[in-house]
Design a protein around this ligand. Structure first.
Ligand code: SDX
Length: 428
């Protein structure tokens, strides 16, 4: 492989070094472009062709449908690991020993109380507030109650900021749900596992003895593993660039939650179920919706289909599809929406429009079917995505800070008005 790339502009040649990753990905390092060409930059809307950083956390191969966390295949981790262990792997780079695992969980349990004054902020929201907006606000508010979590110059301070957000975000997520349901706010039970405790915080009722369902715990644990990281997606890029200004971890995560909320990103899992429900209400015929999705004049898109990186299949969707069938069978639930989802995918996958554009079911297409089966209400689907993606956001933010990356500050190509003089009001 040659060491450099040559760019010729107006008869002048410029050489830029080539960077090669451990999976043989090649990038042109254009760090000096603007200075050596006296101001020329690149333009890449949506950063479809731009690597924003070098990272050792997650590897995706969109053509082969490969997803690995720190080198471990998602299929193996989903089958053999658990969410908290995967969180440790993503954040610290190695699978934990038994002692490390136990200490990590104990430290999280120690920090799982949230200042009672946070409830006053929650009280200020209307019951109709979307839980993603509540979660983003309360996550940012955590900074006020944990001021030492901002300047994390020592590994020790960074560790405790990481432990605190892993400990407290599930509490805030459960509180956002219980606020909407008008239920008393719960703290769960530290004798339970991380995911099991979250479910208890969500569904425990003051007048009933809570019974944990291992099928539901395992299904949610697997879903959270599958959502845990996905290299430089929209919300993760938001967390990294917010953190690059040395904003605190909680504030950076809050920014990521807001970015994830969008229906083209994490909000798609809610939009998928709403779309499938609309098709069901409309008699269950999906051809009409396939045609709408193909019609350029119709803003309708097949939610849960397509992906910026995966151009063959999203490995997570394949695992979630099987898990959805298992969970529904284990729980004895017959959900007609799953049949509609299967049929819709079948038709779309054989339709030239979708095939020619490499549009396949993504992580969001089937996940809502499981969330619904385990009792998670639709507006909370994207909160589940945020719960899953939290370790990935943390890992990427920590990597960016440990590598002492510069503040993110992209340039632009200005296309506005050239210089002109002020016009007095009576002359406009
Ligand atoms: C996530 O980046 C990540 O890793 C994200 C994520 C993660 O784990 O963090 O994987 C999670 O966000 C998954 C994606 C969830 N979003 C949706 O399901 C929403 C529906 N899908 C799309 O809006 C779209 O596919 C995106 C946003 C996911 C990807 O958009 P791109 O890569 O910018 O593709 P594009 O918009 O340029 O579309 C290319 C073509 C266009 O047609 P033409 O102009 O070429 O004729 O494909 C069409 C699009 O109109 N197209 C669709 C479509 N998605 C793309 N047409 C109908 N239905 C769709 N869903």
């Amino acid at each position: 492989m040659s060491e450099t790339a040559t760019l010729e502009i107006n008869g002048k040649k410029y050489e830029f070094p080539l960077v090669k990753g451990t999976e043989n990905e090649i990038a042109i390092d254009i760090s000096t472009l603007r200075s050596v060409t006296s101001g020329i930059t690149t333009l890449d809307n949506g950063f479809k062709n731009t690597s924003s950083c070098e990272s050792a956390i997650t590897f995706l191969d969109g053509e082969k449908g490969i997803l690995r966390y720190r080198g471990y295949a998602i299929e193996e981790l989903a089958e053999k690991s658990d969410f908290l262990e995967v969180a440790y792997l993503l954040i610290f780079g190695e699978l934990p020993t038994k002692e490390q695992n136990e200490k990590f969980h104990r430290d999280i349990q120690k920090k799982s109380l949230v200042d009672e004054d946070v409830k006053k902020i929650l009280d200020g929201f209307p019951k109709t507030a979307h839980p993603m907006g509540v979660l983003s606000a309360l996550t940012s508010a955590l900074t006020a109650f944990n001021p030492r979590s901002v300047n994390v110059d020592s590994e020790e301070d960074m560790y405790w900021a990481i432990v605190k957000i892993l400990a407290k975000l599930p509490v805030l997520a459960a509180w956002a749900y219980r606020k909407e349901e008008g239920l008393p706010l719960e703290y769960g039970d530290n004798s339970l596992g991380y995911v099991e405790n979250f479910l208890k915080m969500m569904f425990d009722l003051p007048n009933e003895v809570y019974k944990s369902n291992p099928v539901i715990v395992k299904a949610l644990d697997k879903l959270l593993i599958l959502h845990a990281d996905h290299e430089q997606n929209c919300s993760t890029s938001t967390v990294r660039i917010a953190g690059s200004s040395h904003a605190g971890l909680f504030a950076s995560i809050s920014a990521g939650i807001s970015a994830l909320w969008g229906r083209l990103h994490g909000g798609a899992n809610q939009a998928v179920i709403e779309m499938l429900e609309e098709i069901k209400e409309d008699g269950g015929g999906y051809q009409k919706y396939i045609e709408k999705a193909k019609d350029k004049n119709d803003p309708f898109r097949l939610m849960g289909f397509g992906h910026r990186v995966y151009k063959n299949f999203d490995p997570r969707a394949n695992i979630i599809k099987v898990a959805a069938e298992e969970v529904l069978a284990d729980l004895g639930i017959d959900d007609p929406v799953l049949d509609i989802a299967r049929g819709l995918a079948e038709v779309a996958l054989n339709d030239e429009y979708f095939k020619s554009r490499n549009l396949y079911p993504n992580v969001d297409f089937y996940s809502g079917i499981i969330y619904r089966a385990i009792g998670i209400p639709v507006p909370m689907f994207t909160v589940m995505f945020a719960m899953g993606r939290l370790p990935g956001w943390i890992a990427q933010w920590r990597e960016m800070r440990l590598r002492k990356e510069p503040i993110g500050r992209p340039r632009q190509v200005y296309i506005g008005a050239t210089e002109r003089s002020f016009i007095e009001e009576d002359k406009r």
